[in-house]
Design a protein around this ligand. Sequence first.
Ligand SMILES: [Zn+2]
Length: 81
Amino acid sequence: MSLTLILNRCAVCGSTNVKEKDGMYTCLDCGAKRDHSMSGADLARIQRAMLVGDQEAAQKLREKYRNLNITTWSSADRLQN
Ligand SMILES: [Zn+2]
């Protein structure tokens, strides 16, 4: 298994392009500045959706976080349309 557990995602858009400095998380994609990154509960949901290829859960998470950039097996096929 080569799934990488990502511990920091933007709490606003879900991007992994987050820089932590002095306890503040700055998102390089949407510019959000927060004192916390994405909740562990949502990180776990993302991990699980990717792991089991749960399309429905992945879609809900994509709607919530616009820069999520996660790929589940069959959505990768769909992108080739
Ligand atoms: Zn962001």
